[in-house]
Write a protein that binds this ligand. Sequence first.
Ligand code: G3P
Ligand code: CA
Length: 289
Amino acid sequence: MRKLFIIPTCFLLMIGCYGNEKSIEPLSTESFLIIAHRGASTYAPEHTILAYEIAQQADADYIEVDLQMTKDGELVAMHDEKVDRTTDGKGFVKEYTLDELKLLNAGRWFNNNYPSLANSEYKYLNIPTLDEIFSYFGDSVNYHIEMKSPGIYEGMEEKLVALIKKYKLIYVDEEFPKIVIESFDGRSLLKVHELEPKLPLIQLFSFKEEAALSIQDYKRLNTYASGIGVNISSVDKDFIQEVKLNGLHILLYSISSEIEMKQAINLKANGAYTNNPEMGIRVRRLLEQ
Ligand code: G3P
Ligand code: CA
């Protein structure tokens, strides 16, 4: 049995009264959120415009975009620090200029790895920049954007916030924030919070065993984060209840099967990242009936 850590309400109120620059943007409580992990990455090469389009067509609540940064400071959608797994190139993203990176093919690997899902269109895909993604989708989708390895990319946070402002994607007083920023790197999230407190933030955790946070952790998280994202294998109902009682949302990653999706919804998490948003929407609809 877990011990429930609950920060007294008066402490949370103190944080809330600390000042506008420390106010935390709330997240949607409307329904269980389906976040398309790396786009609809079950069906198309991850982090390509096509993968995001399939997620949009499936009515995902959010598309998730992982960010890396090129040698010449361009934010690009890619999960790994190296291009090896998802392109025909080799080496670190940070060692490529954008022009060099654009020459790589970002779809053929998928056709080779998943012949039953292969599609001739995938042979011509490249790595999109965040600027291209915002320009293409505008405000027609909601975005969960993860800063990957921000410690190795100087100025990543400033570039990200500037791009979000360029496309006017900070929506306040909406039930559904247009953009949510996430990272495993708390220092980087704090930096974003200082740059733009209106952006809701998710602190990611990867727990090897049972998920656990201390009172100190909750106090710290409540100074900048709207919620946390945690690997589903580490949580149970008590932990999820504890996180919510401490004023944070909890999202679970990464779910691929219907069984796990049902589990995440029944655990009363606030949402889940899934490679198959069509499945997520279908299971959510089934359980809501
Ligand atoms: O962003 C949540 C989840 O995507 C974190 O895991 O490794 O898939 O980015 P990863
Ligand atoms: Ca991610």
